[in-house]
Design a protein around this ligand. Structure first.
Ligand code: GTP
Length: 243
């Protein structure tokens, strides 16, 4: 049988991907569908650490754009990721997975604190870990969290799960029918062309630590599995050896 190409992955799930058709809030059917995709990948022996976003509930920039204190707004965003993480944990456990929820902001009554060595040990024991509340610091996105945790736990790849976007395009495909999808990109392409894949902090962290990314549509059933098996889906971002 074919072996997965990646043994330890960070799965970055945007908050929007958990909202389903309604666009905001949590759609539990969608969360269940994602949990089943994750279960299938876990059954292949892949170690999975999930980083969840919170944009379906609250986005840090949402408040600061309207005059809110930025750290306060970011704290609200980090707490939003905890709500998503609890829903994800519940769905994963109902689908038969063993999980551990770790938070960067300490809230011991709800989840265990994020400790790198504990996180790695949980993965080695076959538990799916869910990493909530971002980096625990304002001004950093959950994309940066994914990059940081990938470096810390030595993940082989970041799987950037998007909703309704099957990769990175040279223009917005919803607005420009001539938009072309990139099959591969270098980190510097994202920075130079200001492509909306992830913010500059997250991109630089991935580049400095040579962590590849695969940007793909999580709405298509089986896509997480396709990504870990090395099938060419979405857009692969890595170091362009020829550059
Ligand atoms: P090992 O025994 O080291 O393999 O890991 P374990 O996670 O099974 O052991 P532990 O006794 O640390 O945890 C048992 C359960 O308590 C797990 O579901 C943990 O997620 C949970 N847990 C551990 N620490 C905390 C904490 O600080 N707060 C909360 N809310 N739960 C915790």
């Amino acid at each position: 049988m074919q072996e997965p190409v990646y043994k330890r992955v960070i799965l970055k799930i945007s908050g929007e991907a958990l909202a389903g058709q309604q666009g905001t809030g949590l759609d539990l059917c969608t969360v269940d569908l994602i949990a089943r995709q994750i279960r299938d990948v876990r059954h292949l022996g892949v170690e999975i650490a999930i980083v969840v976003g919170g944009g379906n509930i609250w986005r840090g920039t949402q408040g600061s754009e309207r005059g809110m204190d930025r750290p306060t707004s970011d704290n609200m965003g980090m707490l939003a990721t905890v709500i998503n993480a609890l829903a994800m944990q519940d769905a994963l456990e109902r689908s038969g997975m063993q999980t551990r929820l770790l938070t960067a902001i300490e809230m011991k009554e709800v989840a265990e604190p994020y400790i790198r060595r504990k996180a790695v040990r949980h993965l080695e024991k076959g538990r799916v870990i869910i990493l909530a509340s971002g980096t625990g610091n304002p001004y950093f996105s959950t994309d940066t969290t994914a990059a940081l945790r990938a470096a810390e736990i030595e993940a082989d790849v970041i799987l950037m799960a998007k909703k309704g976007t099957d990769g990175v395009y040279n223009a917005d495909p919803n607005l420009d029918p001539a938009a072309v999808k990139y099959a591969t990109l270098d980190y510097l392409d994202i920075l130079k062309r200001q492509l909306k894949v992830m913010d500059a902090t997250a991109t630089s962290l991935c580049m400095d630590n040579s962590i590849p990314l695969i940007v793909f549509d999580i709405g298509v059933s089986g896509n997480i599995q396709r990504a870990v098996m090395g099938e060419p889906i979405g857009t692969y971002v890595g170091r362009d050896e020829g550059a």
